[in-house]
Ligand binder design. Structure first.
Ligand SMILES: Cc1ncc(COP(=O)(O)O)c(C=O)c1O
Length: 440
């Protein structure tokens, strides 16, 4: 077994920087090794369904990029990113109402790196970052690695609650502190599956403007809506970018393996982002940027986005219908109009993290809600919540997954009724009740 970093057996345990101490793997990571076995229906991962891509066309496109632009594609490039791709990114952003100039775009290795760069240039250890409750786990990991203090702000079916934002700002000011930024995923939220209404977006922008608070708008799913026009980005109504930094990505509309995302920021911030990016990676991959650029130029990418939308809509429908038919009374869930995720809240008393080993032994996996909160002090509702992803499994597998999950929840409720103890799941899991994943 490898030596855990930071343990006394690790020869470097007393050398780590303070920030590395905050970098810890979650307990659920080990369970996911099991969850990736084929007999387990995984409703856990957020992997796009790449079989929907025309792989033969992409193979030809890659071959052409190497044949025609090989010395450029395989060379170092600009720290800010390929100029033509930055122009094309501006066209992509026009679909969410943003009018931007290519000079304001910094290409990054996925939007995850953009999150890292923005945090790197704005957040000092101990600074407060406001984030929705719950929040994207990758952003929380980034904020933690820069030793930020994350404070959650309530969300409901209409997105972040402005009154809760005002309250959080008031509390901070009473403490003599200020938040550095508000992190938000307003469209087809990961993990909550909700979308902020236009009214909420306007209020959020106004509150942040008045408070001098930077908004970090993370929008990887904005084009993956199931009904009508994509939601208008918050950044679209902050034309000079004085309040909002916008992050986008090709991971969900094209392919995540390419690692191409971007940040849109005013010139001064852009300069800092480029310097921070150069310090990390010199330049984003020329190769994958040129592939994305050629894809946008020569392939019907908007049609492909429609194909993705239809695939995910069908899966969303399968999941919602199965939840309707199978989940025990007292369960509630969100009804996403796009993106990949449903947020499921189980009946009172159930702890989704504790139930996970039992669920995996019954061959279904999810991510417990606790993973999407920064601190250990969880509201009760978060403890009994979990994220279900419908993006990857086929509809029949989704239905089977919900069948298994519902049976686990029913069993958990019965155990609780019989023993009346919060130990129910833990004891069952430790006793190894239920079939082992590979023998069932
Ligand atoms: C809300 C959100 N932001 C950022 C990312 C990172 O995406 P990428 O780095 O692949 O662009 C993800 C990935 O799942 C996400 O859900």
């Amino acid at each position: 077994m490898p030596t855990p970093p930071g343990s006394r057996l690790d020869p470097h345990h007393d050398r780590y920087a303070e920030r590395a101490r905050t970098m810890t793997a979650s307990e659920i990571r080990a369970l996911f090794a099991v969850a990736s076995r084929p007999e387990v229906v995984s409703l856990a991962g957020g992997m796009p369904y790449l079989r929907a891509l025309p792989l033969d066309d992409i193979a030809r496109l890659v071959e052409r990029v190497v044949a025609e632009q090989g010395t450029e594609a395989l060379q170092y490039g600009s720290g800010q990113g390929d100029p033509l791709l930055r122009e094309q990114i501006c066209t992509v952003m026009s679909h969410v109402g943003i009018a931007a100039h290519p000079d304001e775009v910094v290409v990054t290795s996925g939007s995850q790196q953009a999150l890292d760069l923005v945090t790197r240039i704005f957040v000092d250890p101990g600074d407060v970052v406001l984030a929705e409750a719950p929040s994207y786990v990758g952003a929380l990991g980034t904020f933690r690695s820069y030793q930020a203090e994350v404070r959650h702000v309530a969300m409901d079916e209409d997105g972040l609650v402005p009154a809760a934002l005002v309250e959080a700002l008031g509390t901070l000011s009473a403490e003599g502190r200020r938040a550095k930024m508000l992190y938000t995923v307003p469209s087809f939220h990961n993990p909550a599956g909700v979308t902020a209404t236009p009214q909420r977006r306007a209020e959020m922008l106004q509150v942040c403007r008045e408070a001098g608070l930077l908004v970090l708008e993370d929008d990887p799913y904005g084009l993956l809506g199931f009904d009508g026009q994509p939601p208008r980005a918050i950044r679209a109504d902050d034309p000079d970018g004085a309040t909002v930094i916008y992050l986008g990505s090709f991971s969900k509309t094209f392919a995540p393996g390419l690692r191409v995302g971007w940040a849109l920021a005013p010139h001064a911030v852009r300069d800092k982002l480029v310097l921070a990016s150069e310090a990390t990676q010199l330049c984003p991959s020329s190769f994958t940027q040129l592939i994305v650029s050629a894809y946008l130029r020569t392939q019907p990418w908007e049609e492909q986005v429609k194909v993705y939308r239809e695939v995910y809509r069908e899966r969303r429908d399968a999941l919602l219908e199965a939840l309707d038919n199978l989940m025990p009374a007292g369960s509630t869930w969100t009804h996403p109009h796009g993106g990949f995720y449903v947020w499921l809240t189980l009946p009172a008393g159930i702890d989704a993290a504790r139930m996970l080993p039992l669920a995996i032994s019954e061959r279904v996996a999810y991510v417990p809600g606790s993973a999407f909160y920064a601190g250990p002090d969880l509201p009760d509702e978060a403890r009994r919540s979990l994220r279900l992803s419908y993006c990857y499994p086929e509809p029949d597998r989704i239905r089977e997954g919900v069948r298994r999950l519902a049976a686990v929840v029913e069993r958990e409720l019965e155990l609780r009724a019989t023993f009346g103890s919060s130990q129910a799941t833990q004891d069952t899991a430790q006793d190894g009740a239920g079939p082992a994943p590979d023998t069932a």
